[in-house]
Design a protein. Sequence first.
Lengths: 330, 148
Amino acid sequence: MRPFEYERAGDASAAVEAVASGSAMYLAGGTNLVDLMKLGVETPERLVDVSHLPHDRIEETSAGGLRIGATARNSDVAAHPAVRERYPLLARALLSGASGQLRNVATAAGNLLQRTRCPYFQDVSKPCNKRRPGSGCPAREGEHRNLAVLGHSEACVATHPSDMAVALAAIGAEVLVTGPAGDRAIPMPGLHRLPGDEPQRDTVLEPGELITALEIEPLAPALAAGSTYGKVRDRASFSFAVVSVAAAVEVADGTVRDCRIALGAVAHGPWRAWRAEESLRGAPATAASFAAAADAELAQAQPLRDNAFKVPLARNLLTTTLAELCEEVA
Amino acid sequence: MRLSINGRAHDVGVEPHELLVDTLRDRLGLTGTKQACGMGDCGACTVRLDDETVYSCLVLTAECDEHRIQTIEGVADGDDLDPVQQAFIDADAMQCGFCTPGQIMSMRALLDEVPDPDEEALVRGMSGNLCRCGAYANLVPAIAQVAR
């Protein structure tokens, strides 16, 4: 690993100042950053440790939602009684990711900001438009079995690996940030962007901006009761998703009153399935409606040579997840 | 900086980019903690930081001054093995033994949190530790010996 300087930020504004002024990066849990530094993908001259800042609390918001501090550990978020009770899909998403050792260290904000596991991004001997803009994308014609089928571009076909982000995209949340130009709130979905011709930018964050908290919208109890996170992966644990879905449905008298759906591991960020939701809302809770909803969303898919299987896989995962949820609720 | 390891204070000078696994093994001679993948994938380097298991290959030593560190060397009470260590011997829950220190750290932490884990809890609690010999099957009788 290339040597760097290490400093501990006294408060958020000192951290922002330190990172905005040069080749420095924020360090929180480090489970992805240290990894990338070992690979030579990231080569900061200085790390500004923000893990000691008082941003680790989980609190109620006045709107009836939850505010999760940016440095709250993934294991603590997943185990929090309010998360388990009111946002079971979020707890499931967190527990389906990584391993205990990683969840004990990894933070909420770090989870959202982790980088793609595209093999070309992680290999500094290869071209990659995300790592070295303009150098090309070997994944498009190369190893892309696990990469994007939705929203990709000529320049980049990477997927975002976070499970938590998929649950948050379905529920709805605001990402609170502070930066050189002041404070702002970024809606989820909306933190992550599609690659377009700037794949080096994973998110809409500006240089030096620091996430301080995530404010999760309240989720109606009926939706929470009919919610889950489903994940298909190559082995049963400690593995990234091939396709995942966060879903919440409210059914009354055989009709879907409301729903929230997001897909994971299919695009450059969590993919809120607006078209599937629109198709499903007000429809009878039947297999035919679930299939129509999945088709409405996946009609825009543009699979690559070796990942076309992800489209029917996503369709099957979504339809079976919805069927199981509606059975449970009924 | 001062590190608290297995209940003892150690004063060490460390580089900013030094990883905890390297401080433990190369500066302090605590070579029970193993390094295999070095990428947070295998669990051989598992230690406990304030009771929680972490991969010491991904933790910067510079971050550890306010935490209690426990390594495999701190699990036994003098010459008396921890019941988990004894169970690994009795159940033959290893083959080559390289991943075993990490496995023991994870199983001890799991039992401290869930004294009587079912198989699902066992699988979840141990899934961050890989064994290239594939000696997973005997983890089940090992944990059964210690669980209450």
